[in-house]
Design a protein around this ligand. Structure first.
Ligand code: SF4
Ligand code: SF4
Length: 480
């Protein structure tokens, strides 16, 4: 028996002490699932100041974030959001392994609803949630009928889930209008049905194979782990080595199961296999870290019950290998974690700045190819095309003024004009001067100007500044 195993055996306490007031991880996970499901269902409905909390509308070419509407030309916040998602995943994985998979991923939540709620609890197609290895006997006609009912019930869930997914791209208020005229909204209906069919195929037939073989996250997560990453860890120091093999505890090549007690009479694992039968990805965590483990912690609950009935702590813990295998203390202040969190903090600051510096109108200025037009009386005109866009959610009156150069008048447009919410308007703009701005005898002179464009009804908030030039001709080209 190893030193750690001896110490742990000495910790043995009263029978069932470990189960007193114990709340299984599965119960905590169900609460987490309820919370995330609630957030996913409610979030698309939340509006702040007329804009959604989150919406990526390809239809309206709009992106809403925290109640601020961005045009497709101003996708910087979306870039920040994607960056945060990637770095956030790295940080979360380095700290908590595949905690997302076990506690928040829709795939896992849907499998729990389908397999544990519908198939096991409601229809009794499966015998026990604790035995996920035993597939129903589908040769029995009664089970075949139950399976059809189960798929029918799941199909209803799938349609709701597919609709909820779409609401992040098509606002719910429009979704329910469109769905009444399906022939006019073929793409949306196609995506809705396609996503629902995928969810049926995935949850009923592909199952956890999706997590193991298809999900790209499972492919990359192992490189993000280190010895301080929290995950489901079996303690071979107490439980004993179940498998014979080469290498150390973390990287063993497993060959076959050992005769545990013959090999190590002090081993605490009773080889009840509860941790194996309960595992949704069909692995034996006693082999050490495996790619297939989704951190659902069902094995921890199973072993807590088995060992708790003997007054001992679970042989499988939600902890780091560093703490369980080496007896050290899990460190969260690792350079890798600090670097990830620092990058996330920088991204959040960038996101906040992008949100607060958001312009509620857009303006593109194109100068006419003709540099200027000299008119009688020494007047000079420059022509432009201004493209205004109202990115706010209500109609506004717009106008502009010329700054940075004295003596420039606006010939056209003469007065403010209105643009509806989300619409663009092209305006031919003629600027004119009757002052002598430059007395150059050699060349035409481009003089910098600034256009201050604004909403007449809210000039403080809805205002943009754009640089351009006013070209003044050589003095000999002026007309008297
Ligand atoms: S080994 Fe299986 S039961 Fe245990 S946490 Fe991983 S996936 Fe869940
Ligand atoms: S549940 Fe615990 S005691 Fe039973 S086989 Fe798994 S590790 Fe051993």
């Amino acid at each position: 028996m190893t030193e750690t195993a001896t110490q742990n055996s000495q910790k043995k306490i009263g029978k069932k002490e470990y189960l007193k007031g114990w709340i299984p991880y599965s119960v905590k996970r169900y609460w987490a699932y309820a919370l995330f499901t609630f957030i996913a269902l409610v979030m698309p409905w939340i509006k702040i100041g007329g804009n959604h909390l989150f919406l990526l509308s390809f239809d309206h070419k709009k992106f809403h974030l925290a109640g601020v509407a961005f045009d497709m030309q101003e996708l910087l916040p979306l870039v920040f959001l994607l960056l945060m998602l990637f770095v956030g995943i790295f940080a979360m994985t380095a700290i908590g392994g595949r905690v997302w998979c076990g506690w928040a991923c829709p795939q896992t939540i849907f499998r729990v609803i389908y397999r544990d709620l519908i198939e096991t609890k409601l229809l009794r197609l499966r015998k026990r949630i604790k035995n996920k290895q035993q597939e129903p006997d589908m040769s029995k006609p009664a089970n075949q009928i139950k399976k059809v009912i189960a798929i029918g019930l799941w199909s209803l869930f799938s349609i709701v889930a597919a609709a909820d997914f779409l609401w992040f791209f098509v606002p719910p208020e429009e979704f329910f209008q469109y769905i009444q005229h399906p022939s006019e909204h073929g793409i949306m209906m196609g995506i809705l049905i396609g996503v629902a069919l995928f969810l049926i195929a995935d949850i009923v037939f592909i199952k956890e194979n999706f997590c193991v073989y298809i999900c790209p996250y499972s492919r990359v997560q192992s490189v993000l782990y280190d010895d301080d990453t929290i995950m489901a860890v079996y303690n071979p120091n107490r439980g004993g080595d179940i498998y014979a093999g080469e290498g150390n505890d973390r990287h063993k090549v497993y060959e076959k199961k050992k005769d545990l007690l013959a090999d190590n009479p002090a081993a605490e694992c009773v080889t009840c296999e509860s941790c194996v039968t309960v595992c949704p990805t069909h692995i034996d965590i006693r082999k050490g870290l495996q790619l297939e483990c989704i951190n659902c912690l069902e094995c921890v609950d199973a072993c807590t019950v088995v060992m708790g009935s003997q007054g001992k702590p679970s042989l499988i813990e939600w902890n780091s290998e560093h703490e369980v295998l080496d007896g050290g203390h899990t460190s969260f202040k690792r350079p890798k974690v600090i670097a990830y969190l620092s990058v996330i903090a920088i991204i959040i600051i960038g996101l906040f700045m992008a949100e607060t510096s958001k312009e509620n109108m857009l303006l593109n200025i194109n100068k006419d190819t003709r540099l200027y037009k000299a008119e009688a009386g020494g007047k000079v005109e420059n022509d432009y095309t201004f493209l205004f866009q109202n990115t706010d959610n209500k109609k506004h009156q717009y106008y502009f003024e010329v700054q940075g150069l004295k003596g420039i008048n606006i010939v056209t447009p003469k007065k403010p004009f209105s643009i509806s919410a989300g619409f663009k308007k092209k305006k031919i703009v003629i600027l004119e001067t009757d002052k002598v701005l430059v007395k150059s005898t050699k060349q035409d002179t481009p003089l910098p100007i600034t256009i201050k464009a604004y909403a007449v009804d809210d000039p403080e908030k809805i205002v943009v500044f754009r640089k351009s030039v006013f070209v003044y001709p050589r003095i000999d080209k002026l007309k008297k």
